[in-house]
Design a protein around this ligand. Structure first.
Ligand code: PEP
Ligand code: MG
Length: 321
């Protein structure tokens, strides 16, 4: 089967009836680029910038970050690369960022919340990203956005840094600005966000965890981590529809985007971009080729009107396998 999939490396990601969806990769360091190319990704939907912070003894400099971002955009000529700003906190700590112990770190001081508080660090990252954006098609995405005020603040800081670079004669591109949709409040308010962002990317790991209030790593409650629960599917559909209403791109950037049960439903909902680990891409492309998008739209409609996770799995089985 692997050999069959390999033949799809340079084939377009089309459904049986010819509808194109972008198949992109998630990466954690520039070293991951080889696998991205080998597996025929059409872009990078999530470049996690944490490695720059976690592999260092102190805050990474603007030049160090610039070099890493530039390497990735240049490694993906004519293809979009979305870099997510620092997503530290939760389970990802930094030795040099001394934070008081929190009762509930997953609902605490993390990601964009740190960036908007430590704007010195945020500005350094944004400058590095802006400078790298001159060398390719770079997009910037903010993690853990819960409110529009957060997005607006982040965008304002971004615009100030962009203007300052332009004023100093530094070449910069014009990156698209997006948000991760992983806090349920942002998903629910997607229609408002869609008016202001350039794109959204659904982070299903956190979105499912927060929506079901269940930690998938806790054996006693992991059964509640249900990706196909119609409640989750409705949230996802709401986000996709909100993006499309405003002509914005709707993406997803976690395992669910390459999950063989979820993909038929997401194709039916019209998700534009599926971003996953590089090793899942060819398998997903092969699945696309077997799906008829009109029929998958019927499946998606049935799925959001189902009542349980298991019913949805059964529906996909009936429709696809
Ligand atoms: C997610 O929450 O789904 C996500 C993509 O973020 P992380 O990098 O934390 O997995
Ligand atoms: Mg997340």
């Amino acid at each position: 089967q692997k050999i069959e999939w390999q033949k799809l490396q340079n084939k377009p990601s089309l459904t049986k009836d010819g509808v194109h969806h972008i198949l992109a990769a998630n990466i954690g360091t520039p070293e991951d680029l080889a696998a991205v190319t080998e597996n025929g990704a059409e872009g990078i939907g999530l470049f996690r910038s944490e490695f720059l912070y976690m592999n260092a003894q102190d805050w990474p400099t603007e030049d160090d970050q610039f070099a890493a971002y530039k390497k990735v955009v240049q490694g993906m000529p004519d293809k979009p690369v979305v870099v997510r700003t620092m997503d530290i906190g939760g389970d990802k700590g930094l030795p040099y960022l001394k934070l008081p112990k929190e009762m509930n770190p997953f609902m605490g001081y993390r990601a964009i919340r740190i960036s908007l508080n430590r704007t010195d660090i945020f500005r350094t990252q944004l400058r590095a990203l802006l400078r790298a954006s001159h060398f390719g098609q770079l997009g910037i995405m903010f993690p853990m956005i819960a409110t529009l005020a957060e997005f607006r603040s982040a965008k304002k800081i971004y615009q100030e840094e962009r203007q300052a670079l332009i004023d100093s004669g530094t070449p910069v591109g014009d990156p698209q600005l997006g948000i991760m949709v992983e806090v349920p409040a942002a998903a629910i308010l997607a229609d408002q966000f869609a008016k202001e962002v350039d794109f959204m990317s659904i982070g299903t790991n956190d979105l499912i965890g927060y929506s079901m209030a269940a930690d998938r790593t806790n054996e006693r409650v992991s059964y509640l981590y249900q990706p196909y629960n119609p409640a989750i599917l409705r949230l996802i559909k709401h986000v996709i529809d909100a993006c499309h209403h405003e002509g914005k791109l709707a993406a997803m950037c976690r395992e669910m985007a390459g999950d063989q049960i979820a993909v038929p439903i997401l194709v039916g909902m019209g998700l534009d971009e599926f971003s996953m680990s590089a090793t899942s891409i060819l398998k997903t492309r092969s699945l696309f080729h077997r799906l008829d998008s009109t029929r998958m739209a019927t499946l998606a409609d049935k799925a959001i009107h189902a009542s349980t996770n298991d019913e949805v799995i059964q529906l996909v089985d009936d429709f696809v396998f």
